[in-house]
Design a protein around this ligand. Structure first.
Ligand code: PEP
Ligand code: MN
Length: 355
């Protein structure tokens, strides 16, 4: 995909590209206080939600248009670039009119092709030349994420980046939105020149998860971080559990270990060769296992036996999980692999049964 750099003039290309600011613009005072503290910590791109897509009505839905002059003031008085979320054509017109430098499309919007098309058309109509960042859709659907990026690209937008903010799930556990890292990894494989920015605030949903998630993002070599920061997080009108003060934000950023990607890869090459050979073995062993499983399928068919025999599967699982413990492999990982293999075996045996 033909893309241009999302770096705004004067922004260093050293990782990570940082975007920080409150979840929502709440008042001129809150916006200005936060921005001044952030610029003192060398943050150059200020984010703030003006229009807030909330799950239920009745909550704080953003201050709306009256907040735009506050962002303009941030730009004027601190020299920071300003960024906000747009979800409708009107938002685009108003944001661009106020000199917004960078726009992002939120997770609820990027899941909706009608809304995305409207935004893409509006951006083309006003000739927006700044970067547009696309948050992943709330549901773990890579094609939908790529679809949103393609709609922007088709509208002539070239400064496109992606924001990984995690995926919602029914049962909330450690994370507010599951990271499902394999999805952004696959996105990078599909569009290698697309910069990816990680939003640890919305993935974690808690202050204490921002540092480890940010480090993980850097270890995976992603380009940047978007972090929610508020001058008084406990009083925030939205997402207060996940916002940190500019002081804490700066502390977190300074502790990040940025690994040097320019290091020689000679030693790595040898290890990678080993991995390739092991993967070859894994492939042929899996193929062999499937062959045997199909033979069992034939036998079951001839003897009119059911495909699924739960006791046998339970035995296999129990035995292998005990083994995983000894071999120091993660139990949950081993269980996932075994379940995937078992599922595929069953699928193949059912095919045989129906032949
Ligand atoms: C936000 O960035 O404040 C926001 C609403 O995020 P998301 O679209 O990822 O939920
Ligand atoms: Mn938020």
């Amino acid at each position: 995909m033909e893309l241009e750099s999302i770096l705004l003039p004067g922004i260093s290309n050293q990782k990570p590209l940082l975007i920080a600011g409150p979840c929502s613009a709440e008042s001129e005072e809150q916006v200005m206080n936060t921005a001044k503290e952030l610029v003192n910590k060398n943050i150059r791109i200020f984010r703030a939600g003006i229009w807030k897509p909330r799950t239920k009505p009745g909550g704080f839905e953003g201050v709306g248009t009256i907040g735009l002059p506050w962002l303009e003031k941030v730009k004027r008085e601190t020299g920071m670039y300003i960024a906000t979320e747009v979800a409708t054509r009107n938002h685009v017109l108003e944001a661009v009119h106020s000199g917004i430098d960078l726009l992002w499309i939120g997770a609820r919007t990027s899941a909706n092709p009608f809304a995305v098309q409207e935004l893409a058309d509006a951006l083309a109509e006003v000739g927006f030349t700044g970067p547009v960042l696309v948050k992943n859709p709330v549901n773990p659907d890579l094609e939908l994420w790529i679809g949103t990026i393609e709609r922007l690209h088709n509208a002539g937008i070239r400064k496109i980046g992606a924001i990984h903010r995690g995926f919602s799930s029914y049962d909330k556990k450690l994370y507010r939105n599951l990271p499902q890292w394999h999805i952004p990894i696959e996105l990078k494989r599909r569009i290698p020149n697309l910069p990816i920015i990680v939003d640890p605030s919305h993935i974690g949903g808690k202050r204490e998860l921002i540092a480890p998630l940010s480090q993980q993002a850097m270890d995976m070599n992603y380009e940047g971080l978007m972090i929610e920061s508020h001058c008084s997080p406990d009083n925030a009108l939205s997402d207060k559990e996940q916002q940190v003060t500019p002081d804490v934000l700066s502390y977190i950023v300074n502790l990040l270990v940025i690994r040097d990607t320019k290091q020689s890869t000679e030693n790595l090459a040898e290890l990678r060769q080993q991995i390739d050979m092991i993967d070859d073995d894994l492939m042929s062993i899996l193929a062999k296992r499937m062959r045997v499983s199909r033979e069992i399928g034939l036998y079951k068919k001839e003897h009119n036996m059911p495909v699924l025999q739960t006791i046998r599967y339970d035995e296999i699982l129990e035995k292998r999980i005990a083994q995983a413990k000894e071999l120091d492999i993660s139990l949950s990982f081993m269980k996932m692999v075994l379940e995937a293999i078992h599922e595929e075996s069953i699928r193949q045996q059912i095919n045989i049964l129906n032949q």
